[in-house]
Design a binder for this molecule. Structure first.
Ligand code: ADP
Length: 473
């Protein structure tokens, strides 16, 4: 089967979050299963672009509303990621340093999708499936079916994966001229709540919809940032498939970004060395349990309550645990975290920003990883934590619920709580401190047990293949 993944992110080319990790790994595992999976994404100005060799495979031109643009498609020459990688270059629109966050993002990603459709419409054959990821590629199923220029693509089955339904890419109807000419009787396939909504359009137009965990699909039927009725309506073609982790990239026995490699036999010594390195860097006490947070500092991750939750935990538990935060996001949260850091120097430290290397050292050196998320479609951090023998402390939601069992249950290996509140976090920090200080045998068993849990892509990659098979001729 030939599968074309279209995405705005793909690790290590460009990553802002879990989407990048998934698109960087899933195609590789699908190829290992004997299929041909390829990735098509925008060409940003990233290190990866300049450090690798490329060949030109196509040049074309198109219009997006009044804007005429030339585009080119380049291919990485050696398939070093384990799959064929194609970058779409549109001068001035895509070749920028950041992936998102520009005022003209709507125009950028519409142009990208038009270029992808135009290029594919010129192929001498058709792939078996086109798999689109999140709203940046959500208009492709519509374009295949209803845009006059791409009519020859109308029979290609499409899968759309919702990695995060909070972001839908809506724009007003005043900008519909940016789209290629389409059958206007079908305007309803673009519309949701009087806006053009790429996420909703993809749910309507694709052959199958997947979410990145089963629990998340369930939750979306009740709360999906306004599209819950649509999810309910389309549930017959929807399925939840848990993300996996790239076991080659996230392997503490080989990870070159950590201070000391270890496996489940050497977990105690290995983690200790990494913790020492980390505590040395951030002026924290290596003898105290180290609780970390890694992620975007946004409401979805409940980062807004972190400053108060840390303060409350330090007061209630008399400074028995240390905290280290890595992340960036809302400036108010960043500022309040900096305040807590200054207030509790020696107990709390932060690194505001994005730092892949530091994140690896934190998974390896931390004792606990806190994820109080309000919404967590799948969550990869807790799976990385498990692989590195770091106890996840998670709110029972979405993928966190599907992957972490509380240590109070039979063969449990994590800490779970129900509410994204200061009191639930403070209470859970108390349980973590107790586990670390007073239940040493259990803690030791948990760490080596969790490192064996298989969250690799093998099973999930095969599940996606079944989904494709159900819609291909
Ligand atoms: P989301 O995609 O919602 O941000 P996920 O849990 O699916 O959350 O994936 C988050 C990924 O991004 C993980 O690989 C995590 O380690 C990484 N990450 C998030 N923030 C940072 C940061 N500030 N520095 C380094 N890595 C980060």
């Amino acid at each position: 089967m030939e599968i074309i993944h279209v995405s705005a992110e793909c690790f290590p080319v460009a990553k802002a979050g879990g989407l990048g990790d998934v698109v960087g790994a899933l195609p590789k595992y699908q190829n290992e299963l004997g299929h041909v999976a390829k990735v098509v994404m925008p060409m940003y100005r990233t290190k990866f672009l300049f450090q690798n060799e490329w060949e030109l495979v196509h040049e074309g031109s198109q219009n997006s509303g009044p804007h005429y643009f030339n585009y080119s498609v380049i291919r990485e020459k050696t398939n070093k990621l384990g799959f064929e990688l194609y970058l779409v270059d549109i001068n001035g629109l895509l070749d920028r340093e950041k992936i998102y966050g520009y005022d003209d993002d709507t125009r950028r990603f519409i142009a990208f999708q038009i270029a992808v459709c135009d290029w594919m419409s010129k192929w001498s054959y058709q792939p078996d499936v086109v798999h689109c990821h999140d709203h940046h590629t959500g208009l492709i199923p519509f374009m295949f079916q209803y845009c006059y220029s791409f009519k020859n693509l109308a029979n290609i089955p499409t899968v759309f994966t919702i990695h995060n339904a909070q972001y839908q890419g809506q724009f007003d109807w005043g900008q519909q001229h940016l789209l290629p000419a389409y059958d206007t009787y079908k305007w309803g396939m673009l519309d949701w709540d009087k806006l053009i909504n790429p996420l909703a359009s993809a749910i309507k137009c694709s052959s199958k919809v997947t979410t990145v965990s089963k629990s998340y699909l369930n939750e979306l039927r009740y709360e999906a940032n306004g599209v819950q009725n649509l999810i309910q309506y389309e549930q017959g073609k929807s399925i939840g498939i848990l993300n996996g982790i790239d076991a080659d990239v996230w392997d503490p026995s080989k990870d070159s970004m950590i201070a000391k490699n270890y496996d489940d036999h050497l977990v105690k010594e290995g983690k200790r060395k990494n913790k020492k390195e980390l505590c040395g860097m951030f002026g924290l006490d290596v003898e105290k349990p180290l609780i970390t947070f890694i992620g975007r500092l946004v409401g979805e991750k409940a980062a807004d309550i972190l400053p108060d939750a840390i303060r409350s935990s330090i007061y209630h538990h008399h400074g028995a645990a240390n905290f280290l935060i890595l992340g960036s996001g809302e400036s108010d949260v960043e500022n309040r975290l900096e305040e807590v850091k200054h207030q509790f120097s020696g107990y709390v430290n932060t690194h505001i920003g994005y730092n892949e290397t530091l994140s690896h050292l934190m998974y390896a050196g931390a004792d606990f990883l806190l994820m109080p998320s309000r919404v967590e479609p799948c969550g990869l951090n807790q799976m990385y934590a498990l692989r590195y023998g770091t106890v996840p402390m998670v709110r029972s939601t979405g993928g966190l619920k599907d992957t972490v069992r509380d240590f109070g249950e039979w063969q449990g290996y994590g800490i779970r709580f129900n509410h994204a509140t200061v009191s639930d976090i403070t209470y859970s920090v108390g349980r973590a401190i107790d586990l670390y200080q007073n239940k040493k045998d259990l803690y030791t068993w948990m760490r080596s047990y969790m490192m064996h849990i298989d969250h690799s892509w093998d099973a999930s990659a095969a599940e996606y293949i079944k989904v494709y098979e159900s819609i291909t001729r």
